[in-house]
Design a protein around this ligand. Structure first.
Ligand code: TYD
Ligand code: MG
Length: 458
């Protein structure tokens, strides 16, 4: 393709250049310039814009009061967990991005869902990474149900668009967006310019024809979806599929969702026969053995509560400055809790290394886990087990006081369901029982961290 077809634009300041520069000469930012194809249609559209200005007889907007309500019938994906993360199923005509590390199981998840959806609807699976034979082999191994699933192994954007136009399926899956290639752009396949053009072309056709489009995206070395901002604005939902490569369970999470709650979590398990959903995930993250340094909390993910084990190891340091490592928890949160324990309980933690981890590879970001972290650290420090069947909840303030946590009713219910007997919770954490039933847990309400520790370890 000749280079004169495109121009280059800075993504920070919008300055345009006839050639590529590593650094924008206008705003000085590095690596912010990307290639933009300047097609004839673009120019024509701009001309039309000027011609039709001030022509009020051509108004296309409508009064919001007069708009008809259209009921949405969501498309079931065959997995309740996937439906939950999407916000009760796939919305027709929506654009969903599923991102994740290579080899985590995105293709497997989508191929299985595609087969389930294709029981009743027409589905197109575009494989830009694997050959049709490879996909067919996998499909044969996973399911062999009769279904209306069509397969296209193609990397050329124009050919994919043409197929979408001609077939007009209800659902289309593009695996993956980084492997598609627009011939009008000279940038390499997978570059930001390519990803941006391919996705916006796909978005247009999907919106026009009412196709629900699922795009697969790879995560780059820096842990970002390639072309993250570009894609995030374009799509209706961004889901990430993550998990420990060495463990079998996988977590599907909604980072952005125009049609449902964000931070909703779906749990799957990779088995020899494909991905199976896990409907009782608390049991996956909960290990009933108790040992010094283990505490139990209830994390709230999306619209569901999960009972999770925390593990801490506190050991005399041999380094000049002690080591602090946190897996699944924000390291700054750990530092803050260590400082509170040192100041208000009088533990000389500055002479100890401290490691903390959430069991099962889960990320717990909410402050409600603070008290559980503090209890685990203390338990490891004192080499004493925490009382059995007890959960810890509460945000620890810098003055050592405990702050209320949200959604306490749901958390307590989940703990009770899993056979817990006692909960240490912040004082004046209002529990609105409302219409829900009584909670059969012994509730120990404490004002500050020293009271909590006194109750837990005596
Ligand atoms: P895949 O879906 O190809 O990952 P992605 O598309 O995210 O790159 O998943 C590949 C991994 O999943 C591979 O390492 C093998 C494993 N796997 C199973 O364990 N069981 C199965 O039934 C399948 C299909 C894959
Ligand atoms: Mg794949």
């Amino acid at each position: 393709m000749s280079r004169s077809n495109s121009f280059y634009e800075c993504q920070s300041c919008g300055a345009q250049f006839p050639q590529y520069f590593g650094r924008c000469t206008n705003c000085g930012n590095w690596n912010s310039i990307i290639e933009i194809p300047s097609t004839k249609s673009r120019e024509k559209r701009n001309q039309n814009l000027y011609q039709t200005a001030n022509n009020s007889s051509k108004l296309r907007s409508e009064s919001i009061e007069k708009l008809q309500e259209q009921p949405i019938t969501r498309i079931r994906t065959g997995y309740q967990e996937f439906d939950r993360v999407l916000g009760d199923g796939l919305v027709p005509g929506s654009l969903v991005l599923v991102g994740g590390d290579p080899g985590i199981g995105k293709s497997t998840l989508l191929l299985q869902s595609a087969t389930a959806i294709a029981q009743e609807r027409s589905v197109l699976y575009v494989s830009a990474e694997e050959s049709a034979q490879q996909v067919r082999l996998r499909w044969q191994r996973l399911t062999q149900k009769k279904c209306n699933l069509r397969l296209l192994a193609e990397t050329n954007l124009d050919k994919v668009l043409e197929e979408l136009q001609n077939l007009s399926p209800e659902v289309a899956i593009i695996d993956s967006i980084q492997a598609l290639n627009d011939e009008n752009i000279s940038s390499a396949t997978g570059s930001i310019a390519q990803v941006r053009e391919c996705s916006s072309a796909l978005q247009k056709i999907a919106k026009n024809q009412g196709i629900s489009l699922i795009l697969v995206g790879h995560v780059t070395k820096e842990g970002m979806l390639a072309g993250p901002k570009v894609l995030e604005h374009l799509v209706d939902a961004v889901l990430t599929f993550e998990g420990d490569r060495f463990a079998s369970h996988r977590l599907l999470r909604a980072v952005k969702n125009r049609y449902g709650a964000t931070h909703e979590l779906g749990v799957f398990e990779m088995q020899g026969t494909g991905l199976k959903e896990v409907q009782n995930p608390s049991e996956l993250f909960l290990n009933n053995e108790s040992a010094p340094g283990v505490s139990t909390i209830v994390a709230y993910e999306g619209t569901r509560s999960l009972v999770v084990n925390l593990q801490a190891l506190v050991n005399t340091t041999t380094y000049a400055s002690p080591r602090r490592t946190a897996t699944g928890i924000n390291i700054n949160r750990l530092h803050q809790i260590l400082a509170v324990l040192e100041k208000h309980i009088g533990l000389a933690l500055s002479r100890y290394d401290c490691y903390i981890a959430v069991a099962g590879g889960l990320q717990v970001e909410e402050p409600a886990a603070d008290l559980g972290i503090a209890a685990a650290i203390l338990s490891s420090f004192k080499e004493t087990q925490l009382p059995e069947r007890t959960i810890f909840m509460g945000e620890v303030g810098l003055a050592g006081q405990l702050r209320p946590v949200t959604k306490i009713e749901q958390r307590l219910e989940e703990a009770e369901r899993l056979g817990f007997e006692r909960a240490i919770i912040p004082k004046n954490n209002t529990i609105s029982r409302g219409e829900s039933r009584e909670i059969n847990l012994e509730l120990i309400e404490v004002k500050n961290i020293s009271e909590a520790i006194l109750n837990a370890l005596g």
